[in-house]
Design a protein around this ligand. Structure first.
Ligand SMILES: Cc1cc2nc3c(=O)[nH]c(=O)nc-3n(C[C@H](O)[C@H](O)[C@H](O)COP(=O)(O)O)c2cc1C
Length: 214
């Protein structure tokens, strides 16, 4: 197995899919939107899946995949349970790192910044747009808590379905986080490990842009 891993080498030859030029503009969110659209237009599976890393009160990092649900001029929104591990982490320390990997395009984007809860009306609107099963699931799952067995989850779900025969209200502990980026790095695979890395960093409310060694 280890031998197999050592032999896995992937040289990056996607010249046609984009070499990062020095002319990426001065707005990383606009540039992100261009790459995001290209990922959606490609055969990339789940281009909206991103890994988010948070840090616990005692300094322990953890990461997990969530879906990007909104992209605005200012940042990135995902939805989750505010009582989950990530929610507890963010209560203590709003620092967050989000990572996209679009292997089909040989691209990676790293976003570092802080996350804060979005306003309740926006969470309400998004929650209302979800299928009933997902809405009930958001109530039934005490995300990241110990679960004794699968049956208890199922019986909670059935009880909730009876409790809310029609409209399902949004649980107060479920909603969105808005990631305000402080730095965004765009990585494009290139041959011989000489990849492109272009970093935008926010300084005094404006973006500076520079290259890093691969
Ligand atoms: C493809 C994929 C998409 C996911 N999307 C979400 C999401 O949007 N929100 C969420 O809370 N969890 C999502 N999850 C589950 C999380 O990865 C994670 O298991 C859960 O949020 C609990 O994380 P925590 O205990 O670290 O807080 C997704 C998992 C996968 C594999």
């Amino acid at each position: 197995m280890e031998d197999f891993l050592h032999r896995m080498r992937n040289d990056h030859h996607n010249f046609d899919k984009g070499v990062l030029s020095d002319h990426v503009g001065n707005n990383p969110l606009a540039f992100f939107r261009t790459w995001y659209k290209e990922a959606f237009d490609s055969t990339q599976a789940e281009p909206h899946a991103m890994s988010i890393a948070t840090v616990s009160a005692d300094g322990k990092p953890s990461s997990r995949i969530v879906y990007l649900k909104e992209l605005s001029e200012e940042g990135f929104v995902f939805y989750t349970n505010y009582h989950s591990q990530k929610g507890k982490d963010l209560d203590q320390n709003p620092a967050i790192c989000a990572l996209f990997f679009w292997n089909v395009l040989e691209r990676q984007v790293r976003i570092e910044g802080v996350a804060h809860k979005i306003d309740e009306a926006t969470s309400d609107a998004y929650f209302a747009s979800r299928p009933r099963e997902s809405q009930l699931g958001a109530w039934a799952s005490h995300q990241s808590d110990l679960l004794e067995n699968r049956e208890s989850l199922q019986s909670r779900l059935e009880a909730l379905s009876e409790k809310y025969p029609n409209e399902v209200p949004r649980p107060p502990h479920w909603g969105g986080y808005f990631i305000v980026p402080e730095s965004i790095e765009f990585w494009q695979g290139r041959p011989s490990r000489l990849h492109d890395r272009i970093v935008f960093e926010k300084q005094n409310d404006s973006w500076t842009v520079f290259r890093k060694n691969p």
